[in-house]
Design a protein around this ligand. Structure first.
Ligand code: ATP
Length: 211
């Protein structure tokens, strides 16, 4: 949704007065800007509303008061890779993004899956499927990238590989990123700024900068 023109470096602006679910206020008074080429990490305890905030930015939630302004395309990477099992890796990228076959294969090569474009998701490990999900997100040439715990349950070496891969793609595509994580070490490694959600999930959840 685009309501007002944003400053040129601002890809998305959230001005949330409140969001309620099941009669409880989950989020209140959250204002943030996401800037081109920058990564904002969102941390906080389980159940506080991190995914909800990300979903509001993605346009997947209504029922909030306030406004969300986004300039351009949005791509989301959830915890689960959410690939179509009956489609090849190439089709998993081309169909949702409109990328050409060549572009999809080039993106798969970028994430270390050269020559695998005709394979199916079931032939891949979870870590490899996550790479495809990241490739699919960047193939959409997003202006705003929303990552919801994309490295959870991967081993430490693979997390490091995935984080370095993300940094390479982010810098090339100059995307604005919101990165939701429990892992503050990941947040520090990847982001320009870290923000934390605090407070009871059933009441106010003010946001405060910690870096
Ligand atoms: N589909 C849903 N229906 C009802 N309540 C929900 C739903 N999804 C989330 N909630 C509730 O909304 C609140 C915020 O959930 P959310 O998933 O945004 O938290 P989170 O900080 O992302 O948690 P986690 O770190 O565990 O993923 C929680 O109290 C949760 O129980």
């Amino acid at each position: 949704m685009m309501l007002d023109a944003l400053p040129p470096t601002t890809v998305a602006r959230l001005e949330l007065a409140s969001f309620s679910r099941g009669g409880s206020v989950i989020l209140r008074n959250i204002h943030l800007d996401l800037l081109r080429g920058q990564t904002l990490a969102l941390v906080g305890p389980s159940g506080i509303g991190k995914t909800t905030l990300l979903r509001i930015l993605a346009g997947l939630e209504d029922g909030y008061s306030g406004r969300v302004s986004v300039e351009g395309r949005v791509a989301v990477v959830f915890q689960e890779p959410a690939l179509l099992p009956w489609r090849s890796l190439r089709d998993n990228i081309c169909l949702p993004t409109g990328a050409t076959r060549d572009a999809a294969e080039a993106m798969l090569a970028e994430v270390g899956l050269a020559g695998r474009s005709g394979d199916f998701p079931g032939q891949l490990s979870l870590g490899q499927q996550r790479r495809v999900a990241l490739a699919r997100a960047f193939a959409a040439a997003p202006d705003l990238l929303l990552l919801d715990e994309p490295f959870v349950s991967l081993d430490a070496a693979l997390v490091q590989d995935m984080m370095d891969l993300f940094l390479k793609l982010r810098d090339r595509h100059r995307v604005a990123t919101l990165f939701v994580t429990h892992a503050e070490a990941e947040a520090r490694y990847l982001s320009d700024r870290i923000i934390r959600l605090q407070g009871s999930p059933a009441s106010l959840a003010p946001l405060s900068a910690i870096t």
